[in-house]
Ligand binder design. Structure first.
Ligand code: ADP
Ligand code: AMP
Length: 224
């Protein structure tokens, strides 16, 4: 699943994996989990050299990308562990080098990309979506203060946890994340246009309409 930060990748991936019985592999979620885990271990003095992942938190907080080596190794580990049923990648690959490394990795593991879904959204909408995003620190559910509200303001529908605003969702960081996206990640779409069929989805629409477009394409693909 490709698209700018805030395009709705995570929201749509959660719906797709439920409908088709797939696994959702979000590089951003995996990074945040690894950072939280390492920070805990450093605080507990259990593992004094667990400082590798927290170093990436500064890059994330400024809207820059984490180095390709860190991401590729991390995602390779996640992909190897997945069952054959299949998975949806979200937030990875984000550079042409990552896309190239992913192709090699999948070939080595007897796996392949069936569909490249490209969520197209304009920058103004992305900024509104990211600054209004609220996330559950426990289950990872994602809401929006206006578009996709929880039943009770500020509280997760699934587990009652207090929702948080991600530190990289401030307007200033969002602007840099968009720059990073246009500079480093947009070329990944062209990479896939050369190697795979890319399904362009109008992601400016509301979440249900976006889901309907995705399902239409995936159902057609499944029948081929
Ligand atoms: P990404 O994973 O691409 O960064 P998210 O799925 O987290 O994006 O969505 C970003 C924000 O926009 C969230 O607050 C989410 O609730 C909201 N959102 C997602 N899709 C839509 C949509 N189609 N219309 C309006 N808001 C949306
Ligand atoms: P996301 O949750 O997808 O919005 O990602 C949050 C942040 O994690 C990004 O702004 C990057 O700093 C980092 N990140 C996530 N995925 C990648 C990736 N594939 N390559 C490099 N950095 C990444």
């Amino acid at each position: 699943m490709l698209g700018a930060p805030g395009a709705g990748k995570g929201t749509q991936c959660k719906r797709i994996v439920e409908k088709y019985g797939l696994l959702h592999l979000s590089s951003g979620d995996i990074l945040r989990q690894k950072i939280a885990y390492s920070v805990e271990r450093i605080a507990d003095r259990k593992e004094l050299n667990a400082k590798r992942y927290p170093l990436n938190a500064d890059l994330m907080d400024s809207g820059e990308l984490v180095p390709d080596e860190v991401i590729v190794e991390m995602m390779a580990g996640a992909i190897k562990k997945t069952p054959q049923a299949g998975f949806v990648l979200d937030g990875f690959p984000r550079t042409v080098n990552q896309a190239d490394r992913l192709d090699k990795l999948l070939a080595c593991n007897g796996k392949r990309i069936d569909a490249v879904l490209n969520l197209k959204v304009n920058d103004r909408i992305v900024a509104e979506r990211m600054t209004g995003r609220r996330s559950c620190p426990q289950c990872g559910a994602v809401y929006h203060i206006e578009n996709l509200r929880p039943k009770v303001e500020g509280i997760c529908d699934n587990d009652g946890a207090t929702l948080i605003q991600r530190s990289d969702d401030s307007l200033e960081v969002v602007k840099n994340r968009l720059k990073t996206y246009h500079r480093q990640t947009e070329p990944v779409v062209d990479y896939y246009r050369k190697h795979n069929t890319v399904y362009d989805i109008d992601a400016n629409k509301d979440a249900d309409e976006v889901s309907a477009q995705l399902i239409e394409n995936l159902d057609a693909l499944a029948k081929e």
